[in-house]
Design a protein around this ligand. Sequence first.
Ligand SMILES: *Cc1c(COP(=O)(O)O)cnc(C)c1O
Length: 411
Amino acid sequence: MADRQDLRPPTQVLTRGFDPSLSVGSARPAVFRSSTYVFPSPEAAERAFDLVAGRAQPDSGEQPDLIYSRFNHPNAEILEERLVPLETGAHAALVFNSGMAAIMTALFTFARPGQSILYTVPIYGGTQHLIEDFLSTLGIGGIPVEAGRTGEMDSAIRSAKDLAIVLIETPANPTIVMTDIRHATDAVAHLKPKPLVMVDNTLLGPTFQHPLQLGADLSLYSATKYLSGLSDFIAGAAIASDPKLIRQMRSKRNLFGNILQPDECWMLEGRLPTVTLRMNRSSKNAERIAVRLANHPKISRVLYPTLFTDPEQLQIARNQCDFPGGMLSIDLRGGKKAAFEFLRSLRIARNAVSLGGVETLVCHPKTTTHSGFTEEEFAAAGVTDGLVRISIGIEDWRDLMADFEQALDLI
Ligand SMILES: *Cc1c(COP(=O)(O)O)cnc(C)c1O
């Protein structure tokens, strides 16, 4: 009853994977905080261990018994079932206790010493550190390619030695530069063995950008951001069209112990039905605000998809994204001093890192999220002294606009 696959995504996200009779009839799932599960018989325990170790495959319709909550628990199962309909083209999902845990587990599962990982820059700082400062010590090489440079990515893919993974973060943060996912999946399609294409889909997914539909193998999330939406816990997810990839990652998650805990699974599961509503509202807000800020005399440029002027960027945005999303950056003519005055004067928008919450958050990337960059990296990424990143929330856009205007007036 609960798992009718003919239903549309907004319905499935409310019906899939949960049987109230297993939660004493409760309309919402119970939270199962147990660390361990009682077996109906020693034979059932033996079978459960054979299944979790991969020594046996489940018979059709067989539901493996739960063992121990580092491997699996009911709230993770329900959440994973409900993530699937949200991501177009998905058949399996896996949840983690942070976005970094999802990214780390994906890279550890699919890259071996001697192989390389090609990735777009700028990329999330933690991801870059993981590749350049940690995986490199294990003999896994990182190949950075500037976001949006389609030709450079092609030649880097051609010349890479034993390429295991192409990791794309699009749009790039904080510059909103887009990378063509379809082009990357086409470019690796003929390679043998074929590298996996992974997309960090945190900024526009799952509502506005659909990497699996464009041929990507994995869609990775910091669920801390839009999926959760209330800036009150940390979580991550990996979503795939091929369940085999998720099975491989699951066996590593069992070892690493980085599954999302039951309480956080329950909270996140309850927020999934409103992800699309929240993202649509923040995108509409951001679009209205971006257009108006673009003409402000104290702002030299507004970085936002509907304001792209580069023909290739415009085309990628048009082909790849349903709507422009809730993230924008503004470059203040007065440099760092103006940026700091602006941040200090805001009354509604809050000066904090992170993004994707129902409340508007604003930060100065050069001195915070991107402060580890070298001068060359700042220049290459276009992270200037005056750049301010804004994650637009679901407030009334007119109040946000008035807040930005009064803060700009005070510069
Ligand atoms: C926040 C973020 C991450 C890291 O996620 P955590 O949940 O903080 O571990 C990775 N990628 C992007 C694009 C992010 O914004």
